[in-house]
Ligand binder design. Structure first.
Ligand code: T46
Length: 182
């Protein structure tokens, strides 16, 4: 598993070794020891999976407040996403900065999202299934969001007219969001 740090502290791109043969491929999608030897050590306790039927679905930008802030390890089983993380740690030198990467069933890439980051993705293909590990349980009372198209963020989403949940249409702007990571 190749671990490439991104330019937001704690975030990284993970690329597994893919063993292809005449049948298809095999890969270790997660190996705690391999990651720990590269400084990636988390106690993931919950696996999540979502299916989005259409391209142009945006889910996010979500985060959980402390003490239930989540580290997330995101990957795509089928389809493709433009995966975005935003640093929402007020004391961070990169507060409000974001990075976007394409994760797909073909590139097998994974995105490590640290606590204190808002996370969201836009699907790029039909029937996109996203799998992700988290190191804190779901906590509805600590679940928060930031508006996907907050002009202060300027995220270059692949669509300006996404399919959104009702919840995701009504998140606050970053400047008004409840944050407690510092
Ligand atoms: C996150 C979560 C949700 N749920 C229930 C709550 C709702 O009844 C239903 C859909 O939840 P939601 O609309 O928040 O799902 P997404 O919009 O896909 O949100 C997720 O996708 C974005 C990109 C994220 O980064 C978050 O991990 C997560 O918020 O699943 C659970 O039962 N457990 C959970 O861990």
């Amino acid at each position: 598993m190749k671990v490439t740090p991104l330019n937001l502290q704690g975030a990284a791109l993970l690329e597994p070794v893919v063993h292809g043969d005449n049948r298809g491929f095999f890969m270790e999608s997660y190996n705690e020891d391999v990651l720990e030897k590269q400084g990636v050590k988390f106690s993931f306790i919950q696996d999540n999976q979502s299916l989005s039927a259409e391209p142009g679905v945006i889910r996010g930008l979500h985060y959980q407040l402390n003490p239930k802030a989540q580290t997330k390890l995101i990957r795509v089983l089928t389809g493709a996403i433009y995966d975005v993380i935003v640093d929402v740690r007020k004391s961070s030198p990169t507060f409000g900065k974001w990075v976007g990467v394409i994760l797909s069933e073909h590139n097998h890439r994974q995105l490590l999202v640290p606590k204190g980051f808002a996370h969201g993705f836009c699907t790029l293909a039909p029937n996109t299934q996203v799998l992700y590990k988290v190191d804190e349980y779901y906590s509805p009372e600590n679940d928060r969001g930031i508006l996907w198209n907050d002009p202060a963020l300027g995220i270059d989403w692949p669509t300006s007219k996404p399919i959104l949940s009702d919840k995701d249409q009504h998140h606050p702007l970053l400047k008004d969001a409840e944050l407690n990571f510092d």
